[in-house]
Structure formats: C-alpha cells, structure tokens
Design a protein around this ligand. Structure first.
Ligand code: NAP
Length: 325
C-alpha cells in the first residue's frame, strides 16, 4: 500500500503550482503530478509553456517569458518541499477515501485532491491535422515560430490567442495572414490595434480553413468563404491554429460534476467540487477569465480550501475519539 498523502495536485500550470506553494508552506507536503513533457495538452507548466511574453502578470513591469515564469513558480513550490512526478494521471478513484490516483500502474493515495489540469487548444477537425502537426502545422508560436523565418504563414482565429500568435510570428515570418470566419475580431482592442498597425499582418475576413495541402509538410491551405461558399487556396508554408481551448477533464467524466463543454463545476466562492475533499482550480473550471493570474488566485484558494477541509476532518475525528473515550 502506498502512503496516504495530505494532498495530491494534478496539473502544474499557474493554478496547480500556486496550490503547491501554498500547500507546501502549510506543511501539507504536496505531491504534484505535473503532466507529460511530450504532450501538447497537459505538458508540465501548462499553457504558459506555449506562450511568449507575459505582460500582464503583476510583479513583472518589463514582462517575462511564459516558460521562465512557470520555472519560477515550480522552483518556489520545490523550495518549500513540494514533490514532483513528471507523468500523467491515467486513472482516478474518488469513490472512497483516501482518494486514489494512478500513474501508469502505480497507485498514489491522498486525503485531498486538487484538480488543476487546465485546458488545451481546439483544432479545426481536419483529417490532415494529425498528419501535418509539427510539419508546418502548429498551435504554439513560441515553440515553432523560429522555423518559419522568411516564410509566408497563416493563423486561424479572431481571439486574443490568434492575434498574440500572429503578432509574435511577425518576428520571424515575412507575412502572416489571419484567417477569421467573421469580419470583426473577438480579440481585445489593444491587441487588435497592435495587429492592425503591424505591416506584416494581413487579414482574410469571412473565411474558414477547410483543408491543408501537403503530404508531409504544409504547402498551402484551402479556404472557404463564409459569405458565398466560394473555395480558394492560400499559398502558405505554415498554419497556426488558435481557435480556443477545451478543458482537460476526460478522466473525471462521470465522477466530478461538469458543464456540457467539460469545464468542472465548483461551489460559488469556493473551489469545492461535488466530492468533499476534491477541489478544482484554474482553467479546468474557468471559462470566463482564463488568465494566469486568475488561475494562480484560484490555486491559492484550492490549497486553503484543502487545508481547512483536512483540518475539519481531523477535528471531527478527534471529537468522535473523545466522545468514545
Ligand atoms: P477565444 O476568445 O474563444 O477565440 C477563439 C477564436 O477562434 C474566435 O475568434 C472564434 O471565432 C474562432 N474560432 C473558434 N472555432 C473556430 C473554428 N472551428 N474555425 C474557425 N475559427 C474558429 O479563444 P482564445 O483566443 O484562445 O482566448 C481565450 C481566452 O484567453 C480569452 O478570454 C482571451 O482574452 C484570453 N487570452 C488573453 C491573452 C492576453 O491577454 N495576452 C492572450 C491569449 C488569450 P468567433 O469570434 O467567430 O467566435
């Protein structure tokens, strides 16, 4: 039998690592199961590992790179004794306490669980996507932008992610075409203004990407007009998909209450899930704010909620023991 820990944190983005810092400083000796390095959905450090400059995280007036920020979070959690397992949770059993979590065939047990598995990039749903991912097709400008030096590429989407990716990619590419299905952007005004002022960015309004050309690397994309259905080709050697995200909640399906779109449901003003002792924080339960700072804030809440819940269990166990004596 594995030892029973006070808390296991599943996921290691801003939410999970903040929960780990707070739990570690509360002497809860957290185990953080941080994700799989090879994964693009639940990589250690979360989505900020796929981003560039973070200009809105308080405390960094000159900005900081996403991976560096997450490295700092992790180092801070380690400093207070958080333990890390660089693996992915394969299975859970929250039907009885202590809760059980499996990594491959190894079982880990804990009195409380903090779920901070985050969210991942949505894809267009084209057959060619799996074949061409990493061969001109990407969801991460930070990771892959360098490979497109001097090329003409495209970004799909009209939100902050698409604009941020496109703007970053102009550091490398000669031209970046933003393909958006409507004629106005969803992105914030400041991001829009930045993109409109960038000479290297062009817009293809009212179009969706309906095909990606190329057998073993991207050689162009087929676009279809959302106005008249006409089909045409765009000659690009790279395509970045930035159309939103989906929460990483598959392993909790049928166990933790979630919205139809998979986002976990927590009690208002709390990180409690439907299972007492299991808490959720960060993007996995937030489809409104989805910011690193809000994720970190809710990670702090989850650690405090877990600590107080554990304390209350001890108090009630002690009260029962006294009554029995
Ligand atoms: P988002 O705001 O949901 O935008 C997704 C975009 O993709 C929308 O423009 C949407 O079009 C388009 N889209 C969705 N499905 C599509 C499909 N199948 N084909 C073509 N286009 C499709 O997602 P996001 O940009 O990833 O941003 C998510 C959240 O993170 C937002 O709250 C955002 O503000 C935040 N964020 C902030 C920053 C920053 O402040 N630095 C950076 C990145 C993200 P429609 O507009 O027509 O729906």
């Amino acid at each position: 039998m594995s030892e029973v820990r006070n808390v296991i944190v599943i996921g290691s983005g801003p939410a999970g690592l903040t929960a780990a810092i707070y739990a570690a400083r509360a002497n809860m000796a957290p185990l953080v199961i941080e994700g799989e390095p090879s994964s693009t959905s639940d990589q250690p450090g979360g989505q900020l590992m796929l981003t560039t400059d973070v200009e809105n995280f308080p405390g960094f007036p000159d900005g900081i790179m996403g991976p560096e920020l997450m490295g700092n979070f992790r180092a801070q959690a380690e400093r207070f004794g958080a333990e890390f397992l660089t693996e992915k949770v394969s299975r859970i059993d929250f039907s009885e306490r202590p809760f059980r979590v499996w990594v491959r065939d190894d079982e880990y047990r804990a009195h409380t669980i903090i779920v901070s598995t985050g969210a991942q990039s949505l894809m267009l749903g084209l057959d060619s996507e799996s074949r061409l991912m990493g061969h001109g097709l990407s969801t991460c400008a930070t990771c892959d932008g360098f490979f497109f030096r001097g090329q003409e590429i495209a970004v799909v989407g009209g939100g902050d992610s698409a604009i941020e990716e496109a703007t970053f990619l102009t550091r490398f590419a000669d031209k970046v075409t933003i393909i958006h299905r409507r004629d106005e952007l969803r992105a914030s005004k400041i991001m829009q203004d930045r993109a409109f002022a960038n000479d290297k960015i062009e817009f293809l309004w009212n179009h969706t990407v309906t095909g990606i050309h190329g057998a073993d690397k991207v050689e162009g994309v087929q676009v279809t007009s959302t106005v008249d259905g006409s089909v045409s080709d765009l000659a690009v050697t790279g395509l970045f998909v930035a159309i939103g995200h989906r929460p990483n909640t598959d392993i909790f399906r049928g166990v933790l209450d979630m919205e139809d779109n998979g986002y976990l449901i927590t009690t208002p003003d709390s990180t409690s899930t439907n299972i007492p002792g299991v808490f959720a924080c960060g993007d996995v339960k937030d489809q409104i704010y989805r910011q690193a700072i809000t994720a970190a804030g809710s990670g702090c809440m989850a650690a405090i909620d877990a600590e107080r819940w554990l304390e209350a269990q001890h108090d009630s166990a002690a009260a029962v023991a006294t009554a029995d004596a």
